[in-house]
Design a protein. Structure first.
Length: 333
């Protein structure tokens, strides 16, 4: 049992080090010694040594090795919860205790396309003013890929829209976004309700699967002449809006992203009679990543989002509402 290392001899010469627990946590999560070594920026032999040292201190086997593969034991699974708690405590210490001579810090942030276009410049300016020595590495992608990288420890924080669930990711609801069908007004699609059949006659631009916009688009057309759907994938919402402005096609995007074009008449909203669900936007952090700047970074993200009206503010309970399924109108009208 894990508890047996708490002996009368005391903890001074037997307590597992934080480095060993951190290495164990990432080996268990990534199912890879080399992956943990790369993430922690140490050598694989160092990771292996730390695991052996931990097993020796605790007097238990944490992994069962079978050739080149391994699996976690029941004791290892129990220790994983304690390791996560230790890392959480370390994060709180890093966040609240000022460390002298800490040198330049690094922040790895992932954001979805719409946040990058609207909020990222202002967020980076605020971060530079508060943390002049911080090195910021930004990744822009869809929520599914960002969530996977966050879960694997490749990001410190990520802005995510209705992301998949990961046990080691904490999510804070930032707010919600409205999405609409958008077109160039010269196409004549904004004068009245447009049926799904008429909508399908247009070239439709969308971010690739498994993005949320792609899933929502496919749900709207599910079972309604889906074989004739002219769906064109593009991995950049900015490029999609350029194509829509050029009258090459139409798209389904967060309304906030097209707000300026809508106000200036360069783009218009298509009324399809479809009740589209709001998209929940979250701030995600990895429970195993220690970065003392994160609490302040999260406050900056919330402030920038609010100041720029990126999305509606989350309720006090932080619980996202239940959205209705899209209601589809089919046939010509």
């Amino acid at each position: 049992m894990i508890e047996k290392f708490y002996t009368k001899k005391g903890m001074s010469d037997m307590a597992p080090s934080f480095a060993s627990l951190e290495s164990f946590y990432w080996v268990a999560h990534l199912q890879s010694f080399s992956g943990a070594a790369n993430l922690l920026n140490i050598s694989q032999p160092t990771v292996s040594y730390r695991i052996r040292e931990l097993e020796s201190q605790l007097g238990v086997q944490l992994f069962v090795r079978k050739g080149r593969t391994f699996s976690i034991t029941s004791d290892g699974a129990a220790l994983r919860g304690y390791a996560e708690q230790m890392i959480s405590v370390a994060r709180n210490i890093e966040s609240n205790i000022q460390v002298r001579g800490s040198g330049p810090r690094r922040l790895r942030i992932g954001v979805i396309d719409s946040f990058a276009a609207i909020c990222l410049p202002f967020l980076l300016n605020q971060l530079e003013a508060r943390f002049p020595n911080m090195r910021v590495a930004t990744t822009i992608d869809n929520s599914y890929l960002l969530a996977a990288r966050l879960a694997d420890g490749e990001l410190d924080v990520a802005l995510l829209s209705t992301p998949p669930a990961y046990a080691n990711i904490d999510l804070q609801l930032l707010g919600q976004q409205k999405v609409e069908w958008i077109a160039n007004p010269d196409l004549g699609l904004s004068s009245g309700p447009i049926s799904i059949s008429d909508l399908m006659k247009q070239r439709i631009f969308c971010t690739p699967a498994p993005s949320n916009l792609h899933s929502l688009t496919m749900a709207i057309f599910s079972g309604v002449h889906e074989a004739g759907l002219g769906l064109n994938d593009c991995n950049s919402l900015a490029a999609i809006l350029d194509l829509v402005r050029a009258k090459v096609g139409i798209c389904l995007v967060p309304t906030r992203l097209a707000q300026v074009d809508l106000a200036q008449g360069r783009l218009s909203i298509i009324d399809t009679g479809t009740l589209l669900p709001l998209q929940d936007v979250f701030i995600g952090t990895n429970k195993g990543v220690v970065n003392r700047s994160l609490p302040q970074v999260l406050r900056f993200i919330k402030k920038v989002s609010k100041d720029l009206e990126y999305c509606t503010v989350a309720g006090a309970d932080g619980v996202p509402p239940v959205h209705p399924e899209p209601k589809i109108r089919s046939g010509s009208e």
